[in-house]
Write a protein that binds this ligand. Structure first.
Ligand code: C2G
Length: 130
C-alpha cells in the first residue's frame, strides 16, 4: 500500500486542486490531504478562507481521490506527519518546488507537480467582481 500525502488550504476548491489531487493519488494507493486550519491560514499564511475548515474538509472528503483529511496546524508538522502516517510520497504543486526537499532525508519521495495554469482563487474572485 503506497501512501501519498499533500498539504494545502483548498479554498475555494476548484479544478486546479482536483487536478493536483488526481495526479497525487495516481502516485500511490492512499492519499492523505493535510488541510490548513482557519487559524493556521490566518496566522501563518495571511489567508482569510471563504469556507471554514469543516466546510473545506467536507468538500475534500467528497473527492474520489482523497482517502483521509487531517488538520495542518503549523509549518513544522510535515517531518512528523510523514512518519506518523507511514508516508512513501510527498506531493505539492511546483509553486513549492524545492521547499520541502528536506523530507528526502526522511526517506520520502518528494514530488512537485506542475500547477494547473489560469485557475486560482484570486482569479475567481477577480472575475466574480466584474
Ligand atoms: N494548485 C495547483 N494548481 C492551481 C492551484 C493550486 O496545482 N491552479 C495546487 C498547489 O500547488 C498546492 C495545492 O493545489 O499543491 C493546494 O493549493 P493551495 O490551497 O493554494 O495550497 P497552499 O496555500 O499553497 O498551501 O504547508 C503547505 C501549504 O499548506 C500549502
Amino acid at each position: 500500500m503506497k501512501r501519498v500525502i499533500t498539504y494545502g488550504t483548498f479554498d475555494l476548491l476548484h479544478y486546479g486542486h482536483i487536478n493536483l489531487l488526481k495526479r497525487a493519488k495516481a502516485l500511490g494507493d492512499y492519499l492523505i490531504v493535510v488541510l490548513s486550519t482557519d487559524e493556521f491560514n490566518w496566522n501563518m499564511k495571511q489567508k482569510k478562507c471563504y469556507f471554514s475548515y469543516e466546510e473545506r474538509k467536507m468538500l475534500l472528503e467528497a473527492v474520489r481521490y482523497v482517502d483521509l483529511v487531517i488538520p495542518e496546524n503549523n509549518w513544522e508538522q510535515k517531518r512528523t506527519d510523514v512518519h506518523e502516517y507511514h508516508i512513501d510520497t510527498f506531493v505539492m504543486g511546483d509553486d513549492w518546488k524545492g521547499k520541502f526537499d528536506f523530507l528526502k532525508e526522511e526517506g520520502i519521495d518528494v514530488v512537485y507537480l506542475p500547477r494547473t495554469p489560469e485557475i486560482s482563487t484570486t482569479q475567481i474572485k477577480k472575475d466574480l467582481n466584474h
